[in-house]
Design a protein around this ligand. Structure first.
Ligand code: NAD
Length: 492
């Protein structure tokens, strides 16, 4: 799966690579160098509608939705096996396109393999129920797939976040149209090709590339669209939810975050520091669930900030594809500028930079989108840097005097995705976990998730949930069947 400018990454519709109706292409840049990396077709509104048409036909005409779920499970299992066999090539492609260190990209691909295996095992467990009703009647429900489901994914974990909803939708028997982020479409196209090899019928998994505002909105507005799963910014998510609602199409939204990490006075400072470093500098901080606000008890502020500063200063920056690199570039020049602007806002608001705070200027890094891991202290609580999602390697530190103040600061945000608490006191850990307004809480753990654990945000971080046993629910509907059995006692 070598990537050169000659390698075509086209739309994948109806089991075939398709260049797109306008023939237009976008040159993708390697974020570590800003040199051209690959060409990707630029789809149009017409391509989006064509893909929806093809998916609808495949849903009705192939046996994907109607066959025994175990057969869907076997096809998905085969896809997992093929992906695992090609894991290294996929990881390299993800790293070249998105920038993250190869070690992280390998973790991502392993996560996708495990996600496919998990939902492959659920494909034959889409069960209805029987419901007691009066008289000689019998009532039962059937769980049916919806039809064509639309999935719009962001660029920070390109394959993981696309597959997190695509796979359960497929397991439940739907036909899927996926739009990966415009900057990072490569692994999604490569995976759709593998799905064909795994025996998933043509037209059941389609990938449309192109600009979000054009192609993404066309997919959501298409008459065949039966559900929308969107992972990305709050602004786009709410717009799509409104568009979908006008046609009574349900949406699942996974949006931004500003995750607080509460470090109580009895915490294990060394372990907390490592987890905080991972939670804000992993994937160069481009994580919805980033641990971006450190709330530390005043007694631990100095030792903890010192440890996190040391981690930030030691991290080896470089192109993700190189051995030993611990933090890669940001995904684009624009994203790097965006993050640097926030650091300037912090300075202007009176904040102090204790680590990083600038672009990396070494010769080998200057051309890429590298921003140094940054730790900020003394930023006022009202600053945009404390309140808004930065989506980069920038940690803001605030101290507190008691647990009530810590919980109040943690919840003083419009977001509610992931929070963490560090303490050796079991009672304090669980009571703080209950009081935190967020969809996920980590106790003495860095940001972590598994295909079997629900992933969800509250407040402006999202609507609905993904992963776990119930993840097939949004991709099925319940049909109720009431039967008059006749004979015996007459019904009331
Ligand atoms: P984005 O909203 O700009 O783009 C996300 C996707 O939507 C892309 O595929 C994009 O092409 C498409 N899009 C853009 N405008 C659109 C429109 N008008 N109509 C339809 N589609 C459109 O987000 P991004 O910059 O790619 O990702 C960063 C954001 O994603 C951050 O806010 C981050 O917190 C969030 N995110 C959330 C989660 C989660 O699980 N909660 C995970 C990862 C990222």
């Amino acid at each position: 799966m070598a990537t050169t400018l000659e390698t075509a990454y086209d739309l994948f519709i109806g089991g075939k690579d398709q260049p797109g109706s306008t023939g237009e292409q976008r040159i993708l840049l390697d974020p570590a160098t800003n040199e051209p990396l690959a060409r990707a077709a630029l789809g149009s509104r017409d391509d989006a509608h064509a893909a929806m048409e093809v998916a609808d036909r495949a849903f009705r005409e192939s046996n994907w939705a109607t066959e025994d779920g175990a057969r869907r499970g076997r096809a998905l299992w085969k896809l997992a096996t093929l992906l695992e066999a090609n894991a290294d090539a996929f990881a390299r492609l993800e790293t070249l396109n998105q920038g993250k260190p190869l070690r992280e990209a390998r973790g991502d691909i392993g996560y996708v393999v495990r996600t496919i295996e998990y939902f492959a095992g659920l494909a034959d467990k889409v069960e209805g129920e029987t419901i007691p009703v009066p008289g000689t009647r019998f009532d039962y429900t059937i769980r049916e797939p919806l039809g064509v489901t639309v999935h719009i994914a962001p660029w920070n974990y390109p394959l993981v976040l696309a597959m997190r909803s695509v796979v359960p939708a497929l397991a439940a028997g739907n036909a899927v149209v996926l739009k990966p982020a415009s900057l990072t479409p490569l692994t999604a196209v490569a995976l759709a090709r593998l799905a064909k090899e795994a025996g998933i019928p043509d037209g059941i998994l389609n990938v449309v590339l192109g600009n979000g505002a054009e192609v993404g909105e066309a997919l959501v507005q298409d008459a065949h669209c039966r559900s929308v799963t969107f992972t990305g910014s709050g602004e786009v998510g709410s717009r799509l939810a409104l568009l979908a609602a006008s046609r009574l199409v349900p949406t699942t939204l996974e949006l931004g975050g500003k995750g607080p990490v509460l470090v109580l006075p009895d915490a294990d400072v060394d372990r907390a520091a490592k987890a905080i470093g991972y939670g804000i500098f992993g994937n160069a901080g481009q994580m919805c669930w980033a641990a971006s606000r450190l709330l530390v008890h005043e007694s631990l502020r100095e030792p903890l900030v010192e440890r996190v500063r040391a981690i930030a200063d030691r991290l080896k920056l470089g192109p993700g594809i190189q051995d030993g690199v611990e933090m890669g570039p940001l995904v684009s020049k624009e994203q790097a500028e965006h993050v640097l602007d926030y650091i300037e806002v912090a300075r202007a608001d009176g904040g102090k930079v204790v680590a990083g705070g600038s672009r990396a200027t070494e010769d080998a890094l200057r051309a890429g989108n590298f921003v140094r891991p940054t730790v900020l202290v003394d930023v006022p609580a009202t600053s945009r840097v404390v309140r808004e999602e930065i989506f980069g390697p920038v940690l803001v530190v605030t101290s507190f005097r008691d647990v009530d103040e810590a919980v109040r600061l943690a919840n003083d945000t419009s977001f509610g995705l992931l929070s963490a608490v560090w303490t050796r006191d079991l009672g304090a850990a669980h009571s703080v976990a209950r009081r935190l307004e967020s969809g996920m809480v980590m106790i003495n753990e860095s940001p972590m998730t598994f295909p079997q654990t629900p992933f969800a945000g509250v407040k402006s971080s999202g609507l609905g949930y993904e992963q776990g046993l119930r993840a097939l629910e949004p991709f099925t509907r319940r049909k109720n069947v009431l039967v008059q059995l006749g004979g015996g006692k007459r019904p009331a």
